[in-house]
Design a protein around this ligand. Structure first.
Ligand SMILES: Cc1ncc(COP(=O)(O)O)c(C=O)c1O
Length: 406
């Protein structure tokens, strides 16, 4: 009888639960780079069957948090994958997160869910003004900021950021000189990809005054806001500037960059002004698909249970940044990098080497970097993604050192 009892205690369901519990207790091995070949990975497919290390597109080589993996498994177990509309738990996860991490009060009704922010950038250009109107951006910048106005039949007004003592900021005079009566929208990247800045309250307040003076909408892409590396710096959400900002601002957010979930395609805009929200939703109609069911599940799990993973991941990124800074200082003093406050994307200035085609040069030496010209920068700048195990970064930096020693 006793024996029987013991047998029934070890049912398959119970064993499954134990394994699930162990997995929940598991932490991510940030020293391991999962094999991503044959997974359709944009990052790895580019250099499939070569010895080139992919250090380009903004996607990290870390496995997702165990809590996210478990939530996705549970959703698969449910077994029905019908059309999915935004649901209360998704909005609650996002608004709770914004309140907890960024001290920002956002109402559910202000949220517009999107499958991605590249779509968002194109939609906001179409929602604002009319064909021919101006959209101002600062360069260098994430390439879709440059293409979205053009794809949307708008006039792109690109104004360079200015570098002061290794720190990029707005060129206020140049922006005042470039703005036109037809300019209707300014697109901000904060924290900034690729120069790694977290703009401070004074800079953002100036920008708000500028946009108010010229009656511009502001689209503030804050996708990198949870990737602050400099512990002395805090992200300033554009909406924290108050009512004046809320009246003209569209904020873009997503858990995808921080928790490495871009393939799940879930992002959102926060649009407090109902008129702007309506205009934005109008251009989405019939074109933008609903976010898929796994996208919501990943985002909810990340925002609700991902904080410990995020902190561990940030520790690894900070170690990687320290390694990069040390290598530049000790071995590559001719390569310049601005002070990195956020993101895992380093903006490197190789101009001193006079390389004719820098990206191709490093590819031929086994390192795949993003070409700075795609970001609207002069030739000689390259962007390096260090969202990877430290050993992979070490390998890439050794290859770069060897290439430049030739
Ligand atoms: C500033 C910025 N916005 C948007 C995106 C892309 O967002 P999504 O994957 O949601 O289209 C990126 C990706 O690197 C980015 O750096």
């Amino acid at each position: 009888m006793q024996e029987n009892n013991r047998t029934s205690f070890l049912t398959p369901a119970c064993i499954f639960t134990c394994i699930r519990y162990q997995r929940r207790m598991n932490t991510t091995d940030f020293t391991r780079c999962p094999d991503r070949s044959n997974t359709g990975s944009l990052k790895w497919q580019k250099y499939a069957n070569t010895d080139i290390l992919p250090m380009w597109v903004a996607d990290m080589d870390f496995e997702s948090a165990p809590e996210i993996l478990q939530a996705l498994r549970d959703r698969v177990e449910h077994g029905v994958f019908g059309y999915t509309v935004p649901y209360a738990e998704a909005a609650r996860a996002a608004t709770d997160y914004l309140r907890r991490v960024h001290e920002l009060d956002v109402e559910d009704e202000m949220l517009v869910w999107l499958p991605g922010l590249v779509q968002g950038l194109n939609l906001v250009c179409r929602a604002c003004g009319s064909p021919g109107d101006g959209v101002m951006v600062n360069t260098p910048v994430y390439p879709p900021f440059l293409s979205a106005p053009i794809f949307s039949d708008r006039t792109r007004i690109a104004v360079e950021l200015v570098e002061k003592e290794g720190r990029y900021t707005f060129d206020r005079e140049a922006m005042q000189a470039a703005v036109t009566p037809e300019t209707k929208l300014f697109i901000l990247c904060n924290p900034h990809n690729p120069v790694g800045r977290v703009f401070d309250r004074e800079e953002l307040s100036w920008l708000l005054d500028f946009c108010e003076e010229h009656d511009l909408w502001i689209c503030s892409d804050e996708i990198h806001c949870d990737l602050i590396l400099d512990e002395q710096v805090k992200h300033v959400p554009f909406l924290s500037l108050g009512e004046r900002a809320a009246k003209r601002t569209i904020v873009f957010l997503s858990a995808s960059k921080t928790y490495n979930l871009p393939g799940l395609a879930c992002a959102y805009a926060v649009i407090p002004n109902p008129k702007i929200r309506k205009a934005f939703q109008k251009v989405c109609r019939g074109i933008i698909t609903e976010v898929n069911c796994f996208g919501y599940v990943g985002m909810i799990a990340a925002y609700t249970h991902g904080e410990a993973w995020r902190q561990e991941m940030l520790t690894v990124l900070r170690q990687n940044l320290a390694l990069l800074e040390r290598t530049l200082k000790e071995k590559l003093p001719r390569v310049k990098m601005p002070k990195m406050e956020a993101t895992y994307l380093a903006w490197l200035d190789f101009r001193d080497y006079g390389l004719e085609t820098p990206a191709a040069f490093f590819e031929s030496r086994g390192v795949g970097l993003s070409n700075g010209t795609d970001f609207g920068a002069p030739s000689g700048f390259l962007r390096l993604n260090f969202g990877c195990p430290t050993s992979v970064l070490e390998d890439a930096l050794n290859r770069i050192c060897m290439a430049l020693a030739e």
